[in-house]
Design a protein around this ligand. Sequence first.
Ligand code: ZN
Length: 448
Amino acid sequence: MTTQKPQDTPPLADRLASFIGRKGATLVSPDPVNAAMIRQWCVAMDDPAAPEYAASGTAPAAMLQVWTMPGWKPKPSGPDAVAELFALLDAEGYSSIVATDSEQDYLRPLQLGETISATKTIDTISDEKKTGLGVGYFVTTHIDIVDAKGDSVGRQLHRVLKFRPPVQAATAAVAPAPAAPQARRPRPNVTRDIAFYFEAAREHRLLIQQCKACGSLQHPPWPSCAKCGSFDMGHQAMSGRGEVYSFTVVHSPVVAPFKPPYNVVLVRLEEGVNVISEIRGVPNDQIRIGMQVEVDFVDVDAGMVLPVFRPATGREKLPPLIFPLDRSTIVATALATRDYQPVHHDPDYARAGGSKDTFMNILTSQGLVGRYVTQWAGSGAVLKRTAIRLGVSNYPGDTMVMRGEVVSRKPAAGGGEEVDIAVRGSNSLGDHVTGTAVVVLPTQEKNP
Ligand code: ZN
């Protein structure tokens, strides 16, 4: 005896399963690869390589997905299992969408004038998951990107979360109770003697006061030299490497906004001067005297950047990229990547879907990873792959700082050197993007 009548709709799980392996519509780039879109993308991404792309007649690799984006007011383009799947999830109440992962392999640089097309295939649909955004399904697709001859030019794995937006207040007339103001971190007393230290921190540099007369370093800064008495004081850039000289873990008293237990660490910089700070990236019970550490910088709240330390990896670091997230930039980068989803330009729409505000789109996050690594690698280098996962959103008014470090170097199959780079872009809320990039550097010219 079954309770299900034959005419009943099958369970959602079965209907979702029927989509596995089906394809979306093939999207043909509405415009061939062109200099105007490349230049606009470079401006929005603050990519200094625009003249090099113009000279070589090639497109930034990380623009791969941009060319076939449907754009503003797209026309339906034939049968599309991905659209059908999303329509089904919409109808079941999973009406919000957010991209979570994207992995792109760049098989060759795209040339000006060529037309490419992209076809999406549905690989997997997760069980219903509880997430920080709401209950929903992760849908993983792969995209095959081919040129006019049908030869593969790139591959992409793409994952989105289709989720139920949180229930909104029944009426907007009832204003929500204002949240209790969050305690801000105490402001440092910034005198003329110490201003350089915090100004440098905002640029992610660690400077220590140095006497111009006798060269000794001292910290905290002071109007005169403790060694020779000179008032002629300057400052000097530090390597950022050091070791834990002493530390304590504070459990009490509780002083907002500090949440106990937290550590307070005295780091001896390799230049020989001590700095009080904190260690992140290691549990408090694993901090040890003598532990090798290196400096990092965190935006503790708007306008205040502090040096902290992390366990040393000993890896080669890329210089940080500081990317301000003003409202216009969020919109400009969405449009430069031909992404017209309203969550990236319409604050009311974004809030109705449960977001705090508009937020940066994933094509921009991935584009910035590509542009960051490419700038470091220099001209002649070829970006082969970027793989990213998104965390907290990039909202207007914040700043994202992207950092990278070299994970490995090895000879590339076709000559040159293949470099694996770990990348992390963080804002005041935490990590926005984490991932890896692979770039092939040209073989170094040897002097005869
Ligand atoms: Zn001195």
